[in-house]
Ligand binder design. Sequence first.
Ligand SMILES: [Zn+2]
Ligand SMILES: [Zn+2]
Length: 161
Amino acid sequence: MSSLTGRCACGGIRYELASEPMFTHCCHCLDCQRQTGSAFVINGLIETDRIRLTVGEVIETSFPTESGKPHLVYRCGDCLTVLWSDYGARGYLSFLRAGTLDDPSQIRPDVHIFTRTKLPWVQLPPDVPAFEVFYDMKSLWPEAALDRRRTASAAAKSSRT
Ligand SMILES: [Zn+2]
Ligand SMILES: [Zn+2]
């Protein structure tokens, strides 16, 4: 078990992560700005089954998307804080809102994306890759992270058949 724990604003939901995220996105797109009401979102990509609820149950809602694919969002049913989401309803892969960690400084973005809509006063660190839109996962992710993602995807496929 990692030392990564988090909660919603009211404390009705608490979770712990079985390991660190595979990779962490800092997304500056307009959707993320609108959905958070802030400058960007920090999403830790992690296998859904590595998020363990220790208190409470989340509710599933969704955000509209341009692609038409669902963007499922998991919240506390009382204070409605978003804790993680699932783009495209993959099931096995979740985007944990790293700002909900008890100590958000435990996770740093591995990449900045959609910087074309980054707010002009946000200064990016020079040592972290940044992309106008998206990036090539295979060239940026460490091999161990790619392995984890492949394993989770394969397990999800075999459980559906
Ligand atoms: Zn809550
Ligand atoms: Zn975004």
